[in-house]
Design a protein around this ligand. Sequence first.
Ligand code: 2M8
Length: 432
Amino acid sequence: MISESLLARVRTTLKGNDTGTFIKPSPGQYPHQWNWDSAVIALGLSYFDPARAWAEVESLLASQWRDGMVPHIIYHHGPSDYFPPPDFWQTAGLARAGDIPSSAFTQPPILATVVRMLLERPSTAGLIDDATLRRHYDRMLAWHRWLHVTRCPDGSGLPCLIHPWESGADNSPRWAAILDGITPADLPPYKRRDTVHVKVDERPRPEDYTRFVHMINLGRQLRWEPKALLDQMPFLVQDIMYIAILHRADEDLAWLGARLGADTGEIDAWRAGTTAIFDQRFWDEKRGFYYDYDARAGRRIDMASYAPFTTLFAGLPSAAQAERLVREHLLNPAEFAPGGALKVGVPTIAANEPLFGPRRYWCGPVWVIINWIIGIGLRRYGYDALADKLAADTLALVDDQGFHEYYDPRDGSACGAADFSWSAALALELAA
Ligand code: 2M8
């Protein structure tokens, strides 16, 4: 149940981050619109400003590129003190780019799932007409097609990410082995800004940040041409969480298509394709766990992370696989469960991984968005008591520490940026 006091605190945080056009992720650190942040922020808005929830969807989709991609950062109001600024991407004059300055790659496509959720709740359902919905549907369909086709080098329908920022989990140790093999060269001049607002040891290491910039520079040199990126970027990854979110979003997009009377055969084929290949590509029967895939090297990435639990959100594992994910890993105090070194879950990297970094960004901390996604997945498989416990523990964290970007799983202390929009918005989802 949502208390008046929680609602008031969320409203204050989101209003404080409201730019008028969109809600930014946090006051200082992230002054622009981010793709998957914006989508889940719309869910929070539905509790006190439902029209604004749809406006958030509209402003995100307005950034769509002509080739279908929906970019990861959108600079509606021009540059700020955030690095990289809009010009750094060098997208001006690109025929395939959109009308609003943006980054040149994308992020987890959770938007169609959010749109379905908005349509299924009374506060927001009646506030959108079919013509607008059809426009949103066509845009999301084009985005998903871009992912399944343009971003897929092997015909499997599984998209590849070409930069760690696309995963949303920028410096995850899942990418460490690949990043370690990249030697930055000929870097353009730049000044890192993220460590102005957040402690250095809670942000990506300097050597990784340099590689992020190096890969943006490579993309610029390739004029962001999709085939050239697939052929030449040193980072080419099939990310389990990304694909799980897309698979679930395909399901929700097909639901929307059916409601609008559209032919959803293309989406159904993507879903069938992903289901057919998912285990073969990512499942390790011996360890009862999924592993991401380095498509450039042609091998799995040996790193135990939160990502396998997000497959539950998409309904990808069988009941037996789900049981192994939960029993052998999620509830294992040596890895992901409170009890041993951990006080709160779910850490973004298993506690017994050598690269576990409990305060460093995506190297171990607990994230509200991840717990929310895992909780929905647990319910999908009937683990309601576990989902309830995860929601209650996550709410206790935000109650105690405030709406932070992430939390140290050893003691629940706050890390990263404060007054963080999606932690606030999703606290309402967890409470509801
Ligand atoms: C983080 O990513 C940006 C780059 O996109 C950054 O570190 O500057 C990630 O946590 C990402 O998942 C998130 O969408 C973004 C804004 O909250 O911040």
